[in-house]
Design a protein around this ligand. Structure first.
Ligand code: ARG
Length: 464
């Protein structure tokens, strides 16, 4: 890079004194927003294309600018570009370099444009593509969970409420609950595209412009669907940032839930799964330890993404229209949240590929806690014409009896059961079989093996 002769801020005519080093430091965002360089250059290319089409700048100037911008892009990619804190942000750094490369013609690039609309254009483009990246990553994760589920349809475990054994379920059904959550996360990201598809370019500083610009042209060229409707709102709006941060927060919340689930299952008390050594760590003092650190990492990271959402909400709260420096922090916040979630999805995918259910332990635990009690109550309703409340009470008495005698429901004899309902037939004993219990839940969305098989086929069509 040649020595920068024009070593001054763009506004040096108006602001006579050099800004203090301290202010330069806090005012500069280049170390964060340089990540937007591709979008910034793309936005500028389209902008000058439009300016020339509208005869606001000459063809010759446009071509010079385009050549300069392409050179700058190459320099940045090849890491030959020197970012300078003095020029605040990515927009000014690029404009300054353009002056060095093509001279005074660079001064035409900012016609009918302000950094206020420029930055949101860049940022929307970036969030749009990052949104798609997350969506693709979620597809991979869902595929992995579907594979694990498919391999574990017949594995019976207790489903919990209040972390107490509730009813027997298939492990696959449990895991597919997370597929539903991640599908909703995908939908949430998709919904964000509506506002991300509104083109901010042309709102300029806040009031639009007297130049005869063509916002519909830039909208199309930049891949947006419509131009934004109100120039003041455009430069003040960061709702699309909130939407993205919220979507990320909810997805990381889901990840923290499954992480916690697996931590519990992996604990010595539960011992329901075995994690491969690939995703475990040791202790510095206790030689026997194998800790599920990556899962704890996943559980903890949701804290950061919620914090980022709250930081942005707080920045916007009470902020009058339109642009203020407060808004500059949006990039750092979004980049942090994106990187965190991007990383967390990869880690969870790796964990899911590296765990095995402890099948016998799952079945054993499902045999604790009288989990077939509801099945007995249902049986009494279906076969003995009892109201559900009556059947519930009768079953509760049978559970009390079994508990008192320290036996499980499937260890009760027909004679013992008949003391509670003399008309019972021997097939009542079938309701205490866990497999029968799981398979009886045939209602749509229920845990029967057949339901799950069909569901997996249905999901798989979307994740080839
Ligand atoms: N780097 C700035 C930001 O991200 C660009 C917008 C600057 N606009 C201004 N009026 N100072 O917010």
């Amino acid at each position: 890079m040649t020595k920068n002769k024009n070593n001054q801020a763009i506004w040096n005519k108006r602001i006579g004194k050099k800004s203090s080093i301290l202010f330069q430091k806090i005012g500069s965002s280049i170390n964060v927003d340089k990540r937007l360089f591709k979008e910034d250059i793309f936005g500028s290319l389209v902008h000058v294309e439009m300016l020339s089409k509208q005869k606001i700048i000459s063809l010759k100037t446009k071509n010079k600018i385009i050549k300069g911008l392409k050179k700058i892009e190459k320099e940045i990619i090849k890491k030959k570009f020197i970012f300078n804190e003095k020029y605040e942000d990515i927009h000014m750094n690029i404009e300054k370099r353009l002056f060095e490369l093509i001279g005074e013609d660079a001064g035409f690039i900012h016609t009918a444009r302000s950094r206020n609309d420029q930055v949101i254009t860049d940022f929307k483009l970036w969030i749009k593509s990052s949104n798609k990246k997350l969506n693709n990553k979620l597809n991979k994760l869902i595929k992995t969970i579907l594979k694990v589920s498919d391999n574990n349809i017949q594995i019976i475990m207790p489903g919990f409420t209040h972390l107490k054994n509730a009813q027997a379920v298939s492990l696959a059904h449990y895991l597919l609950a997370y597929v539903e959550m991640f599908q909703r996360d995908k939908k949430r990201l998709l919904n964000n595209l509506e506002s991300l598809n509104e083109n901010p370019l042309g709102a300029v500083a806040l009031s639009g412009t007297s130049f005869n610009i063509d916002r519909f042209f830039t909208t199309k060229k930049l891949g947006f669907i419509n131009p934004t409707n109100n120039s003041i709102d455009t430069v003040a709006d960061r709702d699309f940032v909130l939407d993205f941060l919220y979507s990320i927060s909810v997805c990381s919340l889901h990840i923290s839930r499954i992480a916690e689930e697996l931590i519990i299952w992996n604990s010595d008390g539960f011992d329901l799964i075995v994690l491969s050594d690939k995703v475990l760590t040791g202790s510095s003092i206790m030689p026997q330890k194998k800790n599920p650190d990556p899962l704890e990492y996943l559980r903890g990271k949701a804290g950061g993404t919620f914090g980022n959402l709250f930081a942005m909400l707080t920045i916007l709260k009470g902020l009058p229209l339109s642009y203020f420096k407060d808004l500059q922090d949006d990039k750092e916040i979004v980049f942090k949240s994106f990187d965190t979630l991007d990383n967390c999805i990869s880690i969870l995918n790796e964990v899911m590929r590296n765990f095995k259910p402890n099948k016998s332990k799952m079945l054993k635990l499902a045999n604790e806690g009288f989990v077939t009690a509801t099945d007995l109550a249902d049986y009494l309703v279906i076969n003995h014409g009892k109201s559900f409340r009556k059947a519930y009470q009768m079953t509760a008495s049978i559970v009390n009896f079994a508990e008192k005698n320290k036996i499980k429901l499937n260890q009760l004899s027909l004679n013992e059961l008949k003391k509670f309902e003399p008309n019972l037939k021997s097939n009542v004993l079938n309701v205490f079989n866990l497999k029968n219990s799981v398979n009886s839940k045939k209602s749509f969305g229920g845990t029967s093996f057949n339901n799950i098989k069909k569901m997996i086929i249905k999901y798989k069509k979307n994740y080839k």
